[in-house]
Structures are given as C-alpha cells and as structure tokens.
Design a protein around this ligand. Structure first.
Ligand code: UDP
Ligand code: MG
Length: 344
C-alpha cells in the first residue's frame, strides 16, 4: 500500500500532490472490462512505483510522487467498482468513468488530459505492458537524452499468422505512403515528458490514431525491445475486424496518398481512353465501321466503373472524416470521477 502521507483533501487537486522539489509521475491506464486484470495490475504497479520512490529517495537523486489515473471506458463488468474501491483505499488513485465505450484512443486522451505529472507513462491494464520496465524508461527520459521511452515488440508470439501478416503489411504500406513513419511493433506503452504530452494534447483531431500522433509530434524516442507478453487475464477486444478498421483509420489520418493514387488512376485511364479513341477513329476512317470488340467494351466499362467507385469511395473516406471533425463532438463523455463520487 501507499507510503505517502498526503491528506485526502490533496487529492481534489492532484497538482497539489507534488511536493516542492519533487517530480510527479502520472500513470495513465485505459480500462475496458478489466475486472480480472485490475487487481493484479494495481499490485504490480504499486510494487514498481514504491520501489522507484524508495530507490531514488534513498539515493538522494529524486523525490518521486505518483498519481494513477484509470480511465473506465464504459466497461460492462465490475471495473468501475474496483476503481471506486482502489481510489477509496489509495489517495493516489484517480479515475474517470465514461458514459459508454468510446474506444481506447478516447480513454488514453482523457487520461493524458487529466494527468498533472512532469512525466506521464501510459500503459495497458492487462500487464501486456510490464510495469517493471518503468524504472528503465524513467532513466532514459531523466537523462535528458530522450523525451520519450517506448517499447517495441520484436516478435508476435501468441498472435495468429494471418494477423501478423496483415500487421506487417500495414506498417509497410503506411510507411511507404505517409511522411509520418511508424516503427513496426511500437506499442502505446510510453513514458513521456510533460513537453511531449503537451504537444500530443495540442493536436485537436477527432479521429485519433495515437501511433501516428506519437510519431508526428517528433521528439527523441528510445525504443526498448521486448518480447510479446500474453494478457494477464480477460481477453483482448481488438479482433481482426477492429484492427483492420484501426489501420485504415491510421492510413486516412496520416496519409493523403490514397487520394493521389485515385487521381493518378484517373489521369492514367484518361490517357488510355484518349489513345483508344484516336486509334478507333483512325481505324474506322481507314477500314470502315466494325461491330467486333464487344467483349473489350464490356470489360473496359466494368473496369472503369469499378475504378470510379473505388476512387469515389476513397474520397468519401476523407469526406466522412472531415464530416466528423467539423461536428466538433467531444471525444468522450465523463459520467463519474473519484471527485464526483466523493461529493456523493
Ligand atoms: N481498452 C479500452 N477501450 C476499448 C478497448 C480496450 O480502454 O474499447 C483498453 C484495455 O482495457 C487495455 C488496452 O486498452 O488496457 C488494450 O486493449 P486490449 O488488451 O484489448 O488490446 P490488445 O492488447 O490486444 O491490443
Ligand atoms: Mg492487451
């Protein structure tokens, strides 16, 4: 359990958790149906953070203070109950509970917005992002050489071959067509400086694709290579369909190359049909009218029809994203926080 000695009222404004000369580290955790993982996660994260606090304090190098920000993303199980209980027991625990499931991106954003820390570490609740790596990440960032430390998985153990194939293809495609380079296997387990977090929060887009955002904002990132870890409990909500939609989201959010490809195809087929028109006219003038060529016509008409629909569809994707952006809807709706629960 917590060894810190802050009064309960300090919790109302987590900014005041910070002692003079101390460093506040915010731990942001998105949670969706994590009732089985959460107790294990809490135990592990407090073990690691207590160790860090002790170590740096006794070395006299830093007085670390932690806050844990859990975001309940509309879970249907007992996640919220566990969070309420944790925040009652441990005053470093804050939680934000959404009115429904808004997705991991929204949950991460809410957590980052709430975080007050000089450093923010973002990780999953299922222990697939091992908290024991946080001290190493902190060292890298503290050294001043890096603004961010992140993990990168070097294998895809426990993942289906088909999924791995599509994941690899996704990275190849997006890196070929987007100026924002995304490291293959880079995870959302990130330890960042306040400056980098502010940069991320300055991106107001509605369609958020964090892997792209982390890379777009720049800054020096140290990638720590890790083996793929299996979930501690429960099961992943990212099935193939969801991952596929997520990768399209990434491509449309960070590249306009599909639009350029559509325009290129349009120009290409204009040139081809111009040549065909000239050839047909010349042939008709020289050799008279022919009725043959029916199959060619049918094939071309259906090919062009298909291409036109594809290109309209691609344009439609960007327009739909613009439509959602222009509505300026909030990314999430908060139903409860530990502060509102305290008030009753
Ligand atoms: N998550 C979330 N909202 C969702 C789906 C997932 O907040 O709609 C959280 C989930 O609780 C976990 C993290 O995002 O902490 C990663 O989710 P998951 O383990 O299902 O994904 P995977 O590790 O398979 O990519
Ligand atoms: Mg997971």
């Amino acid at each position: 359990m917590s060894k810190n000695t802050f009064s309960k009222s300090d919790k109302k404004n987590t900014g005041s958790l910070k002692l003079k000369g101390s460093e506040l580290i915010s731990v942001v955790v998105p949670c969706y149906n994590e009732e089985e993982s959460l107790p294990l996660f809490y135990e592990e994260i407090t073990r690691v953070t207590d160790y860090m606090k002790e170590k740096y304090f006794s070395e006299g190098t830093a007085d670390l203070v932690f806050e844990f920000i859990f975001v309940n993303d509309g879970s249907k199980d007992g996640t919220l109950k566990i969070l309420r209980e944790l925040s009652r027991r441990d005053k470093r625990v804050c939680y934000i509970s959404f009115s429904r499931n808004f997705g991991k991106e929204a949950a991460m954003l809410a957590g980052l917005e709430r975080a007050n820390g000089d450093y923010v570490v973002n990780l999953d609740a299922d222990l697939q992002h091992p908290p024991k790596l946080i001290p190493e990440m902190y060292e890298y960032v503290r050294s001043g050489e890096f603004d961010c430390a992140a993990t990168r998985r070097i294998n895809r153990k426990g993942e289906s071959k088909v999924l791995s194939f599509f994941a690899r293809s996704f990275y190849k495609i997006i890196n070929a067509i987007s100026q924002t380079q995304i490291v293959d296997g880079a995870q959302d387990f990130r330890f960042m400086t306040r400056q980098m977090v502010n940069a991320i929060l300055s991106m107001p887009e509605y369609n958020r694709f964090s892997k792209g955002i982390f890379s777009w904002v720049g800054f020096e990132t140290k990638f720590i290579e890790v083996e793929n870890t299996e979930r501690a409990a429960g099961k992943s909500t990212f099935n193939f369909r969801r991952l596929f939609a997520y990768s399209l989201e990434g491509i449309f959010a960070f590249s306009t190359a599909p639009l350029a490809i559509a325009s290129f195809l349009g120009v290409l087929f204009c040139v081809i049909s111009l040549i065909m028109i000239i050839v047909t006219v010349v042939k008709t003038l020289c050799f008279g009218e022919e009725v043959s060529g029916y199959p060619t016509t049918v094939c071309l008409v259906s090919l062009l029809g298909g291409l036109q629909l594809l290109c309209t569809g691609i344009t439609g994707q960007y327009i739909s994203k613009m439509y959602l952006e222009t509505k300026r809807r909030p990314r999430y709706i908060i139903k409860e926080t530990e502060e509102s629960a305290d008030r009753g």
